[in-house]
Design a protein around this ligand. Structure first.
Ligand code: FDA
Length: 307
């Protein structure tokens, strides 16, 4: 628990990030979780996943951007990414964070950037708004609701994420079901206080299970994002018992995490999408992945040393 907290604190430390980005060992460690630093580098790994029967959702790494120049680069990269997806005929959607589109500078700006990207993404590329720390939950949902109200037809082209560790999520899920919105359900990756979030793994899992069942029964093509075998098996069983066919939902997992399980799920005929980040701003993302399973730090270091 101490290591997890420490790694999550390190994830937010800018000086450590500057140090890590100059350090080739850290960059190699990050490679386990990111598909490449440039657009060109991601084509082969994405194609390999597609060939193995998995779709992909691509995320250009970068969050909490506060300079107009960085944000512009972010928007341009997403536009280039959409061209690449179409040109290379990749089976890929996009996942992005509103803080990478200017949320910290001005929520209206983030909304405008998002709306512009969705217009370009139509009709064939789906965009998912990742959910960040609790300081952003309401604003993120407000932006999503505002867009959906203006353009209800975006319902199948733009989706959000709900984190099972937050107490508020049960009510959020009901509202999203009512709107027929596309939801990705995850446990939640940030450090949140007990006043707003479940802390014990069993409590988070129990809430995930409850929300997952609601989404499977009433949701619009829910995405079940987890590597938790207990939850994955519970989803399969629940879907089977309630005659919910395999094409009505998808599993989602992270690039580089539990690969054999990813392949097995694809072979069983379920839809599975791999969240695949790329870019040079890999530090906070990699630190959150290590925090989820600190043992990875040692596995990754050992494999680098062995090379
Ligand atoms: P849990 O952490 O309990 O892990 C279950 C099992 O998987 C354990 O055996 C564990 O060892 C293994 N495992 C988990 N992580 C691993 C790792 N990094 N390496 C190796 N093994 C690992 N969060 C968020 O706040 N906002 C978001 O928008 C998203 N988006 C998102 C998309 C997708 C596709 C996924 C899979 C996850 C997210 N998350 C997220 C992250 C999510 O909230 C959560 O932090 C992680 O998925 C870890 O939780 P699990 O459900 O996998 O369970």
């Amino acid at each position: 628990m101490l290591t997890r907290t420490l790694l999550l604190q390190m994830a937010q430390n800018r000086s450590l990030e500057t140090f890590a980005r100059k350090n080739s060992l850290a960059a190699r460690l990050a490679r386990r979780f990111i598909a490449g630093e440039t657009l060109e580098e991601i084509v082969t790994p994405v194609r390999m996943l597609n060939q193995a029967g998995m779709t992909v959702t691509l995320n250009y790494l970068g969050e909490s951007l506060t300079s107009a120049k960085d944000m512009e680069r972010m928007v341009i990269t997403y536009l280039d990414l959409m061209s690449l997806i179409r040109r290379e005929q990749l089976k890929a959607s996009i996942s992005l964070k509103l803080t990478s589109l200017g949320l910290d500078m001005d929520p209206k700006l983030a909304q405008q950037n998002l709306e512009h990207l969705v217009e370009v993404a139509l009709p064939d590329i789906f965009i998912r708004i990742d959910m960040e720390g609790s300081a952003y939950t309401q604003t993120t949902l407000d932006i999503f609701y505002t867009i959906l109200k203006k353009r209800p037809e975006y319902r199948n082209h733009l989706g959000v994420v709900i984190q099972a560790y937050l107490y508020r999520s049960e009510a959020d899920i009901e509202e999203l079901i009512r709107l027929k919105a596309r939801v990705r359900l995850c446990k939640g990756a940030y450090k949140e206080p007990p006043s707003i979030a479940f802390q014990k793994p069993d409590d988070i899992r129990a809430n995930y299970l409850k929300l997952m069942q609601r989404l499977l029964l009433e949701g619009n093509y829910p995405a079940l994002a987890t590597h938790d075998l207990q939850l994955i098996n519970a989803a399969k069983l629940f879907a089977n018992e309630h005659n919910i066919s395999k094409d009505r939902f998808e599993f989602q997992m992270l690039y580089g995490v539990r690969r054999p399980l990813q392949q097995q799920i694809a072979k069983e005929g379920y839809n599975i999408r791999i969240y695949t980040p790329f870019g040079d701003h890999w530090y906070p993302y990699t630190m959150r992945r290590l925090a989820e399973r600190p043992a990875n730090l040692w596995f990754a270091l050992q494999s680098i040393v062995r090379k």
